[in-house]
Design a protein around this ligand. Sequence first.
Ligand code: GLY
Length: 391
Amino acid sequence: MVRAPAGGPAADVLVIGGGIIGLVTAWRAAQRGLRVAVADPEPGGGAAQVAAGMLAAVTELHYGEQTLLGLNLASAARYPDFARELTEATGQDLGYRASGTLAVALDADDRAHLRELHALQEQSGLSSQWLSGRECRRLEPMLAPGVRGGLRVDGDHQVDPRRLAAALLRACEDAGVAFHRQGARRLTVVRERATGLVLDDGTALAGDRVVLAAGSRSGRLDGVPEEVRPPVRPVKGQVLRLTVPRARAPFLSRTVRAVVRGSQVYLVPRESGELVVGATSEEQGWDTTVTAGGVYELLRDAHELVPGLTELPLTETRAGLRPASPDNAPLLGPTALPGLLLATGHHRNGVLLTPVTGDVLAHALVTGELPAEARAFSPQRFRTALTEQPV
Ligand code: GLY
């Protein structure tokens, strides 16, 4: 069955994947007057159900990622208005909290690492403040006595990704986005143009444009020609959720993070009492098993940072898959295959990049062009690298 009227495709835009990136794309496109449909067996699910929701443009800055920093900062700057608009549209609170972040060091190696991060932040014109161990503990009294110093970053905030996903789903439904609660089995390509997709039950959907926003699975869709297949792989993250009893609140007042023995650990306190502890970073393919080792390492490192944490109830353990690209930056916009666009590869920054991704994809869908802030993230950058290989 092909669901298309004789006059043309049933949808202007078919979005493959109903995680936060697919949903924000669908919402923004529908707001621009496009007829949008989303294919996903569980819209509102995906990696956002696991993510901690740090909006950490400054504390997650890495050498060689200054271009990505520009996009991260652009999206962070949009968050207050984005959250307000989404809350007004849906009546749902996103748990957006402008509470800041404290990155601390537990030993001399960690302190050297943080000093380097501080220097890189200063070179990049970012605002952060070096604190002594005592100043860190004055801000967060639950920190271990051995904390040797830290970086206070008042501009790195948080949002609750589960609330974000639920609100985006609601906003899409209210904006008239159609949902097909099934997986996409195959992209349909006719005369070198993407023209739709086939769902798992064999139903064919026609669309003028198709946006592939399937997170870590974006590279696995059948029917996508090899030269435009997104080079996205899964990077596993195990995450724990604890609960701070009301009598012990506020346990922490901002996100606290550190690098312990080379691994990132962060603690994200929500107003609801939830305390999210993350995350491992594992190249394990499609495995989403929560392992004893993963839980042990997270609790061991978090306990070194905040010893009182081991008294809290452990309420959830879960693993998700980050969609990683070769340069850790997202793939946004038109591909070399007419009709096919990408919104994937957000790796560690999917929640942070949600507002800017929606704006960029809506712009690309309406105008056919990427806006200036997103040109460096065209999927074509990988194609160019491929075709420029010496033969
Ligand atoms: N951005 C945090 C993480 O990916 O673990």
